[in-house]
Design a protein around this ligand. Sequence first.
Ligand code: G3P
Length: 496
Amino acid sequence: MGEIGVFASIVAGDTFKYYSEGEWRVSSSGKSVPIINPTTRKTQFEVQACTQDEVNKVMESAKIAQKSWAKTPLWKRAELLHKAAAILKDHKKPIAECLVKEIAKPAKDAATEVVRSGDLVSYCAEEGVRILGEGKFLMSDSFPGNERTKYCLTSKIPLGVVLAIPPFNYPVNLAVSKIAPALIAGNSLVLKPPTQGAVSALHMVHCFHLAGFPKGVISCITGKGSEIGDFLTMHPIVNCISFTGGDTGIAIAKKVSMIPLQMELGGKDACIILEDADLDLAASNIVKGGFSYSGQRCTAVKVVLVMESVADILVKKVNEKVGKLTVGPPENDCDITPVVTESSANFIEGLVMDAKKKGATFCQEYKREGNLIWPLLLDNVKQDMRIAWEEPFGPVLPIIRISNVEEGIHHCNASNFGLQGCVFTKDINKAMLISDAMETGTVQINSAPARGPDHFPFQGLKDSGIGSQGVTNSINMMTKIKSTVINLPTPSYTMG
Ligand code: G3P
């Protein structure tokens, strides 16, 4: 139930409250949404099922609060963010415990997520002070036909109310990656956390409350997507949406009005292994990239494309490492923990069975208990298998053997996703050419795909998203340019 004491005000009885107008509140709906522990498959927590009226109140207070927040000096906004970051890191333990229970994140990774989030908030405050503190000055006579009579001053101003919708796999980190840029830029922020992960997110929001943010600047609404999802995303007060998740993002993009969108919607990150690759390095990265947090990362390695000539050796090396992965509950800090929901486990199983039926080679025996799926490497995967194209978001990894590099690039580019990709080779020239040819937002050379460090640009092409994230890009995306033009009298006379 979280830490009694500092977090006592965020819970009423057995149900966590939502955060509106600077206060923790109980919904008038009288209903709650259960959060199922992926390991025990029993209800672990409950959160408020907020109503549309409550969404309206949150939005209205966010709109009012934003006006004065935008006028709060930048250094003061930064100071509050630094304070929130410190409080967040101080409360790493109870928040990490929630992550373990809600989303079965291994204990150490859960603690890392909280610390990384505090660092992100601080970095964002520092970066915001730098990039929002400067503007541009343009002279008119650099454009043909103009005299030196117009001075244009530009600065960055906030968009208004930003709606943040993070996913279950990083409910704290991917929430603050939206909250911090929005707030430093002078926006107010409404958070709709994922159901699995909502309680961790509510704890994180309380750290912002404790830091002393003015009421309405940050709010957090919980509830069923089916009841308040569209109402939130189509709300007329919302001026920007930052969403990370699955293809719900595509549906949102089709429904919303003319507002800036920042979206990251998953990937099928390919790992291309050339003949000259350091196969030990490649094998370590494949296992880390493919199986960390049981493969439930947008940036997980989701398909290995290996040159046939080195495939046997690589598969052997990867198998040795897969055999060493520990499997079990997140509390024991096992490498492989239960996937987030039963329906996710069923989906993963569907992909595995399809591959089995179509002749893939199983390097391990397929094993599942409840939501816990043992790590599985599928060799000799062919193009007609679903797992060659779909993202399992689980600890199962397909290997496709290729006879030339072009085949690998073609497979990568034929995907509807384009988040990241990676290539292992000792030839930097080849690596650069392959990077250029891969239609993905990022290509990693000799390392598995990853979003971090969190200030790096992070973007997907095609169905993987809209816009670019990373601290600087997010701050810029959550602002607009404002110009003031000083018009001097027509030079009928000259000075000097
Ligand atoms: O799954 C979301 C994506 O942002 C993953 O981040 O840090 O695990 O590469 P990371």
